[in-house]
Design a protein around this ligand. Structure first.
Ligand SMILES: Nc1nc2[nH]cnc2c(=O)[nH]1
Ligand SMILES: [Zn+2]
Length: 469
């Protein structure tokens, strides 16, 4: 890959309350796929001189047009690859009935590796073209199908964490692992398989990595959770993903959960007891957490994958994300397909905004502490953060991806709100300068795949309308 320089509008997340909107930025990507240097404001007439000052002579410059901007790629911190074929089905159910009637029957089809081989390529393509550069994938219980998923993700060039579900109880006969030992053994085999995929020579960590994936407490015996905790202890860098306190159906079953784990004081406490609650644990949903659980999550530096589309769609509830942020808990966004009906983080952004407004409406007129997020709507800066850098923090990769700065991987999107992107919601003038922060907001609330022209991971073009056409 040759070095390349981008000139034009760049959006960069800074914090939960601020972003940088840079209309004339010069950003250089080295042949390694890492960002070599950035100059935030360069006049047209100074582009060549600025490049020369950095030793960039005869290097290609991509000039972004009016209505186009660069931003870091999206993080989907929670999705289920085998459920993508089910998107939009079964919305009459709540969680446990939905699992039984819709989800487990679909997932069990992946016992056939051929089904995985024919299904997963379009799943991964769809997710990449939605702008997701890093994805946390739940596979199924099947070793072969999940190996295939990891291989397909690896071939695609996406950055990802891929896990095989562990479930050896309270699951239907057609979709359950025979024992804790069998579950652990298949998990270890998957991890070895993923670890032998050729690493990218210049990425700080391999693009595709394994992730420990106990589905949720109800489907794992104590013996299985204990072994999973031991596996986690053997590798502090291993990421962990699971579900927690998602649906009111579950708290009503909490007595059942607690009867399975009488030694634990709460749902989150189950994960704590078995050593799988730690700084690289991604807890999906967390809609109905009590104070004690929040304190535990904060203490362990674990985080929440906020999946608002799914939380609405399965009637799970509205997660008080502002409160979690005030408690110092890491939060990022997840699509949770097919609890959520869209593979796009844009849709998660839209529903995260609506969810925060629902909570704000309930507290209309109440005084809020200055700078607090609780009971307030999320700003565009917060939504950007949760969908990019916040995702990187949740996955513990924020030093190398999630925002733009020198030395970090170039995982990026070229967004177009131009007329030729073909999204009529954004028709405007392509010749007059548009307000950059305004373009970001419009993209967040009315954008879709048509507006994502290029998707880069580690400097390589892997998706977007330009790639797919
Ligand atoms: N949304 C959701 N919640 C779960 N809890 C356990 N499994 C699942 C799943 O597949 N989706
Ligand atoms: Zn899920």
């Amino acid at each position: 890959m040759s070095p390349i320089v981008y000139y034009g509008a760049v959006i960069n997340p800074v914090s939960l309350t601020s972003l940088k909107a840079l209309p004339r930025c010069l950003l250089a990507v080295a042949s390694t796929g890492n960002i070599d240097w950035i100059v935030e404001d360069v006049e047209d007439s100074m582009v060549q001189e600025t490049m020369a000052a950095h030793g960039y002579i005869d290097v290609d410059v991509v000039c972004l047009r009016e209505g186009e901007f660069l931003m870091p790629g999206f993080f989907d911190t929670h999705t289920h690859a085998p459920q993508v074929p089910n998107m939009g089905s079964g919305q009459q159910y709540e969680l446990l009935d939905w699992l039984e009637n819709i989800t487990f029957p679909m997932e069990s089809r992946f016992s056939d590796p051929e089904y995985a081989r024919s299904t997963y390529p379009s799943v991964v393509r769809r997710i990449i073209d939605s702008g997701t550069t890093t994805c946390c994938y739940f596979g199924t219980i099947h070793l072969e199908a999940t190996k295939i998923l990891a291989e397909i993700v690896h071939e695609s060039g996406q950055r990802a964490f891929v896990g095989k579900c562990n479930m050896n109880q309270n699951s239907p006969a057609h979709y359950i692992e025979p024992s804790a030992d069998a579950s652990i053994s298949a998990t270890k085999t998957l991890f070895s398989h993923i670890k032998q995929l050729p690493p990218h020579p210049h990425s700080a960590e391999p693009l595709v990595q394994p992730i420990l994936t106990p589905r949720f407490a109800i489907t794992c015996t104590s013996a299985l959770l204990k072994s999973l905790g031991e596996l986690a202890a053997s590798d502090p860098n291993l990421r962990i993903q699971t579900h927690v306190s998602e649906n009111p159906d579950e708290p009503s079953k909490i007595a059942f959960t607690m009867s399975l784990f009488p030694e634990c004081s709460s749902y989150t406490g189950v994960y704590e007891t078995y050593g799988i609650l730690r700084e690289n644990t991604i807890l999906a949903h967390g809609v109905h957490l009590n104070d004690e659980e929040l304190a535990l999550i904060a203490k362990r530096r674990a985080g929440i994958s906020h999946c608002p589309t799914s939380n609405f769609n399965l009637n799970s509830g509205v997660a008080p994300i502002g409160l979690y942020l005030d408690r110092g808990i890491k939060v990022a966004l997840g699509t949770d397909v097919s609890g959520g009906y869209s593979p796009s983080i844009l849709n998660a952004i839209q529903n995260a905004s609506i969810a925060s407004k629902v909570i704000a409406m309930r507290h209309r007129g109440e005084a809020a502490a200055p700078g607090a997020f609780s009971n307030r709507q999320l700003s565009v800066a917060s939504l950007l953060y949760l969908s990019t850098l916040g995702g990187a923090e949740l996955c513990n990769v924020e030093k190398s991806v999630g925002s733009f700065s020198t030395g970090m991987s170039f995982d990026a999107l070229v967004v177009s709100v131009r007329n030729d992107a073909g999204n009529p919601a954004m028709w405007g003038s392509d010749s007059a300068p548009r307000d950059l922060a305004g373009m970001l907001e419009q993209f967040f609330f009315t954008g879709d795949d048509r507006n994502i022209s290029r998707v880069y991971v580690q400097g390589k073009l892997i998706g977007g309308t330009v790639f797919t056409r």
